[in-house]
Design a protein around this ligand. Structure first.
Ligand code: 4FL
Length: 221
């Protein structure tokens, strides 16, 4: 799967070279290409923003700079363009799964003051928010999107980890235990040492339901 990211801070995306996503990049299962919007400024000081028409505080990113950055991308015709924005639809696991079926996503990172509306109207297919809080830019949201979507791309995770994780059955995960058998005087639940796979599965399902009832009753509707 291909991700192109249009951003003023491409260096922020270097953290995606770590861990599971980093391995998927190395293995060429996913490709993350960052494009610095500033490189497409035609201003001698590489300026990308200007004061808002109509007045007001802050600056607005100019449409032509963003449009040139977008037009520099290859194969954009079949890509879905996502604008990370607090005005977007809230990201959830259903949307993550849906996006993981795409072959090519172009992600535009904005800043709180915003981007000129005309280029947004021209290129953006979908606006996505990761939650109702204010950030300094869309870069962290873009990384959240890339991380969550990549997990569903074939070959990034094992099939078992996807099947067993939180939300996949609309329930939270059951508690996990590993060695030592006794930690600070607290024993691992006896059932998990029994070797009775059917009983273990039943216990885990009960714990999942109990945890969801206690911590996230909203997930049970
Ligand atoms: C984007 C916040 C997506 C939450 C500032 C610029 C944002 C955001 N989800 N805050 N973009």
């Amino acid at each position: 799967m291909d991700f192109d990211v249009l951003t003023l801070f491409p260096q922020m995306f270097s953290s995606l070279k770590e861990s599971i996503i980093g391995r998927a990049v190395k293995d060429k299962i996913i490709n993350i290409n960052t494009v610095n919007i500033r490189d497409f400024s035609k201003n001698k000081h590489n300026k990308v923003d200007d004061t808002p028409y109509g007045g007001g505080a802050g600056m607005v990113i100019m449409p032509d700079v963003v449009y040139r950055a977008y037009n520099s991308l290859e194969n954009k015709e079949n890509a879905k363009v996502i604008y990370m924005s607090p005005q977007g639809k809230k990201l959830n696991q259903k949307k993550v799964l849906e996006l993981s079926k795409e072959k090519h996503l172009i992600i535009l990172c904005g800043h709180y003051e915003g981007i000129d509306q005309r280029v947004l109207d021209k290129i953006v297919d979908e606006e996505i928010s990761i939650g109702d809080y204010v950030l300094t830019g869309g870069e962290l949201p873009a990384m959240v999107l890339i991380d969550s979507v990549s997990r569903y791309v074939e070959g990034v995770l094992s099939k078992d980890s996807i099947k067993e994780e939180s939300f996949s059955n609309n329930l939270l995960e059951y508690p996990q235990y590993t060695r030592p058998e006794i930690f600070e005087g607290i024993k691992v639940p006896e059932i998990l040492l029994s070797g009775n796979h059917k009983e273990i599965e039943k216990w885990r399902n009960e714990k999942s339901l109990e945890t969801t009832k206690n911590k996230r009753p909203d997930l049970l509707e």
